[in-house]
Design a binder for this molecule. Structure first.
Ligand SMILES: Cc1ncc(COP(=O)(O)O)c(C=O)c1O
Length: 308
């Protein structure tokens, strides 16, 4: 593989108080975000010029920065919101994925006392993309169950969204070696958890289940639970043994990056008849319809850019 990268080739970012092209964003190697993965982030999207569930993302963000003790970030919730709008408006994007990050920052001396760091805040807005290929979003993707175990919540809290992801990296190389592109990781006790960038759902005998531990509390996951209630489909968070995945009637992934994404095979064995199932397709349709509803979305303030 090893193709020329165009990742980050378009979009507008913000760091150290300034807006700039994403391709020009840099952090110093002394930032503990780089050296220790001492960072957290959130990612929200814009569809047809509207942010989806922005308040939910800001709530999760505030919880993350509080738990990680980023006390010197100096950006209030309103200021963070302003910058999110500012990046999308400046990038003139109607469909965007916006990542906002806090890093610990650089320490005062080589002894690296973390309390001496000035936390860093940065944002970037890029054209919208899914966690899997566009064709797979339509037809379904192939996943494997990795042997690599998800990092234990007692070590790194998975509800704080973060880039400390060497478990995912190891699992993805397992997938590549087994002729697949995506991997779901088990926990220590043989239950499935999540993959890099997504939660997972399993439909079995009319009941929709998603893992109840060792995972990020995804906002798309929350949306699916709400939508399934509207469809009168029983849904709940539960322990899901690895074996249940192989016997599922439908399986799909959920993420801000891509929405509801069907899985057509697990460990190279077809899920159902190998095509996206009816419940997956119905939820997907309802999910995208929700984006126009003012109860769940707010318009981007494009006038911020025009006023410059
Ligand atoms: C590890 C992990 N799990 C789950 C998700 C899905 O979360 P959300 O639906 O809030 O995008 C993500 C999103 O990037 C993620 O990184």
């Amino acid at each position: 593989m090893g193709a020329e990268s165009n990742y980050g080739g378009a979009g507008v970012g913000y760091m150290d108080g300034t807006y700039l092209p994403v391709a020009e964003m840099r952090i110093p190697i002394t930032d503990m975000g780089f050296q220790l993965s001492d960072m957290c982030y959130d990612a929200v999207h814009v569809r047809n010029g509207r942010f989806f569930r922005l308040d939910d993302h800001l709530d999760r963000w505030e919880q993350s920065i509080s738990e990680r003790r980023y006390d010197t970030l100096n950006h209030s919730r309103d200021q963070v919101g302003e910058v999110l709008h500012g990046c999308v408006a400046r990038a003139e994007l109607s469909d965007a994925l916006i990542t906002f990050v806090a890093t610990r920052g650089s320490p005062a001396s080589a002894h690296k006392d973390l309390r001496s760091c000035k936390n860093r805040f940065m944002v970037w807005a890029m054209p919208y993309y899914a966690a899997i290929e566009d064709a797979e979003v339509e037809q379904g993707c192939e996943i494997i169950v990795a042997k690599t175990v998800r990092i234990a919540p007692g070590s790194v809290d998975p509800t704080v969204k973060n880039f400390g992801r060497l478990d995912f990296v190891r699992a993805l190389f397992e997938a590549y070696d087994r002729d697949a592109r995506y991997a779901v990781l088990p926990d220590q006790d043989g239950h499935i958890t999540e993959g890099r960038g997504w939660n997972i759902f399993v439909l079995k005998d009319g009941v929709l289940l998603s893992p109840d531990r060792c995972v990020l509390e995804g906002i798309t996951r929350k949306t699916v639970l709400e939508l399934s209630a509207k469809l009168n489909i029983e849904s709940r968070l539960a322990e899901i043994p690895i074996e249940m995945l192989g016997r599922a009637d439908e399986v799909f992934l959920t993420s801000t990056a891509g929405g509801i994404m069907p899985v057509c095979s697990v460990d190279h064995r077809a899920v159902g008849d190998g095509a996206p199932g009816p419940v997956t397709l119905r939820l997907k349709e309802m999910y995208w319809a929700m984006h126009e509803d003012p109860a769940y979305s707010v318009p981007v303030r494009y006038e911020i850019a025009e006023a410059l």
